[in-house]
Design a protein around this ligand. Structure first.
Ligand code: NAD
Length: 282
């Protein structure tokens, strides 16, 4: 049986564990916080039950899928995995430390993938003695629902590693797309300037958030307007990604809108804080 270790059991980690286990993989889900593991298991159970209710999974599937997932607080549980998908907090020092440790813990053949949204795959890979086997595997939220996996090749990532990860993503029922490692990859390099421009429009009084989102939904066939999407992602996360683009590409076209900075400073972070461009019931 294929074995994967998923590091980090938050929003993305629970979804990644769910999808691998649903496709027959044995999963070690690892988080330093025991409560995060409990919450992740409960979330996976709820999401599997929803799939059964919708008729997309047979009744017996949730027990089988959950039976393939084991949880652990120590990184040593990644030892037997042929693939590690790291989905821990988006803090460079955390990821660098994890990859140094994973390089020691994981078998020599194992591929070490990261779900980072914005940290350089090349820099993460350089922390290991196997940069050819390090790659970005960027799942989208919510993982069981979203079709895309952006597969990001670091500077040293080998063709063999890329093929294996592309094939794995396809076997999970996803559509993998191969891109090279530059700040923001493709997804955030294209998305964040659009969100930022929508925020400049609010700041300059061009239109209200509702009007801007309606233009983009009805005029451009986007399922969600850029400001509603920014609230969903988290305005602090949008700001952090814009900083990575600005610093990494050195072009002022990526400078964050002052209104975005002000909202983050005020604690208006979007859905998670109950208030961003819109208000949300807590
Ligand atoms: P989250 O905060 O929900 O979860 C992160 C988890 O990592 C927490 O449970 C935390 O306890 C755990 N963790 C932190 N340090 C750890 C360590 N050293 N070892 C093990 N576990 C550790 O974060 P998230 O939203 O799930 O994001 C995870 C990753 O996925 C980030 O790199 C993020 O950029 C990326 N990502 C997020 C989204 C999204 O929409 N949330 C989308 C795509 C990619």
């Amino acid at each position: 049986m294929n074995r994967v270790a998923v590091i980090g059991a938050g929003t993305m980690g629970n979804g990644i564990a769910h999808v691998f286990a649903q496709h027959g993989w044995s999963v070690a889900l690892i988080d330093t916080v025991p409560a995060a593991l409990e919450k992740a298991t409960a979330t996976i159970r709820t999401n599997l039950d929803r799939q059964v209710k919708k008729g997309t999974l047979p009744t017996e599937a949730p027990a089988e899928v959950l039976g393939r997932i084991t949880t652990a607080t120590a990184l040593e549980a990644a030892a037997g995995a042929s693939l590690v998908v790291e989905a821990a907090s988006e803090i460079p020092g955390v990821k660098f430390g994890l990859f140094e440790q994973l390089d020691r813990v994981a078998g020599p053949e194992a591929i070490l993938a990261t779900n980072t949204s914005s940290i350089s795959i090349t820099e993460i890979a350089a922390r290991t003695g196997r940069p050819g086997q390090v790659i970005g595997m960027h799942f989208m939220n919510p993982v069981p629902v979203m079709q895309l996996v952006e597969v990001i090749r670091g500077h040293a990532t080998t063709e063999a590693t890329t093929r294996t990860v592309m094939e794995t993503a396809a076997a999970l029922g996803k559509t993998p797309v191969e891109v090279n490692d530059y700040p923001g990859f493709v997804s955030n390099r294209v998305l964040m300037p659009m969100i930022n421009e929508a925020i400049f429009c609010v700041m300059e009084g061009v239109a209200t958030p509702e009007a801007i989102d309606t233009v983009m939904k009805l005029g451009m066939a986007h399922p969600m307007g850029p400001l509603a999407l920014a609230d969903f992602i988290g305005l602090d996360v949008c700001l952090a990604i814009l900083e990575v683009l600005h610093k990494g590409l050195g072009d002022d076209k990526y400078r964050a809108a002052p209104l975005l900075r002000k909202m983050v400073a005020a604690g208006y972070l979007g859905r998670k804080s109950g208030r961003g461009f819109y208000e949300y019931a807590k």
